[in-house]
Design a protein around this ligand. Structure first.
Ligand SMILES: Cc1cc2nc3c(=O)[nH]c(=O)nc-3n(C[C@H](O)[C@H](O)[C@H](O)COP(=O)(O)O)c2cc1C
Length: 330
């Protein structure tokens, strides 16, 4: 069965990808699964300069998910290219490099540094990390998101994924701005801002007080985001949030995802990506599909989207003067 997916100029052998920050730099997983079968590997987000991340504790379990406040701990782009990229490039699986900047110029500089570097299939712009203070929240504002994507677009010919935050009132407006500025795909969603408390000691359970919730708890939020984005946008959407089984994946495909990423599940079942991939052809056949594309966005809803469910009117889609059309449903 043909499981391949095309995004921009890039072709992915299958739609099951490993999400940023939950698969290390892949080397950590080499003894656990066959890395070259992974649809794409998105290593942990990198920044221009090394970052220490947030104070410990940086993770805590909640009843239906993981709360983390890692804070983009990484050694910076130079160390990434020297220490990790040679290994990643040898794997044979597409590598999508996740980048984050504190300013538009930092995003653009990172894109320029990575453009043309051997072994990089695409860039994922992390405009959605809830754990970083002091920077601009690019993913929370359509206009800022448009600026970042436009600046990166000007510096690279690589396909651009834009990873969106669920911590906004209208994710569709931000998605439309990213599309308008030249994004090739949207990744939805990053973690949901949350908090965990030890009431006996009257302290937060994370050193950073707030963190990002991931895992099963956020799957309905992620499905909602993918569904809303699919209604309004023409570029492919990559679904992520609480995916642990092939059934979870199929839910995302049916609501409109062209590919998915597996995150937290890789922590408690490191073979999750491959387990899902092995089961995918049977699940697609169960719907009479001969290829993945046959099921994408085929959900049957009683009467389409109810008013106020996120498909913005043309005049409310930001940025104002962009000429964004909300009706380019793909
Ligand atoms: C410990 C941890 C670290 C993460 N680090 C990153 C990161 O560096 N960059 C990023 O874009 N997303 C990061 N994420 C978010 C995941 O890629 C994913 O979007 C999110 O966890 C939702 O998917 P899941 O429920 O399958 O985990 C991280 C998530 C976790 C749990």
């Amino acid at each position: 069965m043909d499981l391949s997916v095309s995004i921009g100029d890039a072709r992915f052998p299958n739609p099951i990808m490993a999400a940023s920050g939950t698969f290390g730099y892949a080397r950590e997983m080499e003894n656990v699964l066959d890395l070259k079968r992974v649809g794409a590997i998105v290593p942990k987000t990198i920044t221009l300069q090394p970052r220490k991340g947030n104070p410990p504790p940086r993770t805590t379990e909640t009843p239906a998910g993981l709360l983390n406040s890692i804070g983009l701990d990484n050694d910076g782009v130079d160390a990434f290219l020297a220490r990790h990229m040679p290994y990643l490039a040898e794997i044979g699986s597409p590598i999508v490099v996740s980048i984050a900047g504190k300013t538009v110029d930092e995003f653009a500089e990172l894109a320029q540094r990575l453009d043309g570097h051997p072994g990089i299939t695409a860039l994922e712009l992390n405009v959605s990390c809830p754990n970083v203070s002091g920077g601009v929240d690019f993913g929370a504002d359509a206009r800022m998101c448009h600026q970042v994507v436009g600046a990166v677009r000007a510096k690279t010919g690589l396909p651009i994924f834009v990873k969106l935050t669920p911590n906004v009132t209208n994710i569709v407006q931000v998605g439309l701005a990213a599309q308008e500025a030249g994004a090739d795909a949207l990744t939805a969603i990053n973690t949901c801002l949350g908090m965990a408390v030890d009431w006996r000691r009257r302290v937060p359970r994370l050193g950073n007080v707030l963190g990002g919730l991931s895992g099963p708890a956020i799957k309905p939020i992620a499905l909602r985001a993918v569904y809303q984005l699919k209604q309004a946008l023409s570029i492919p959407i990559i679904g992520v949030g609480g995916i642990a089984t092939v059934d979870d994946c199929m839910e995302f495909f049916v609501v409109g995802a062209s590919a998915v990423q597996v995150g937290t599940a890789s922590f408690y079942r490191p073979t999750a990506v491959i387990d899902i991939l092995d089961r995918l052809p049977d699940a697609l056949r169960a719907l009479g599909a001969e290829r993945l594309a046959d099921v994408v966005g085929t959900i049957r809803t009683p009467g389409g989207l109810a008013e106020g469910c996120g498909t913005p009117r043309a005049d409310s889609a930001a940025p104002e003067a962009s000429g964004i059309s909300p009706n380019r449903a793909g």
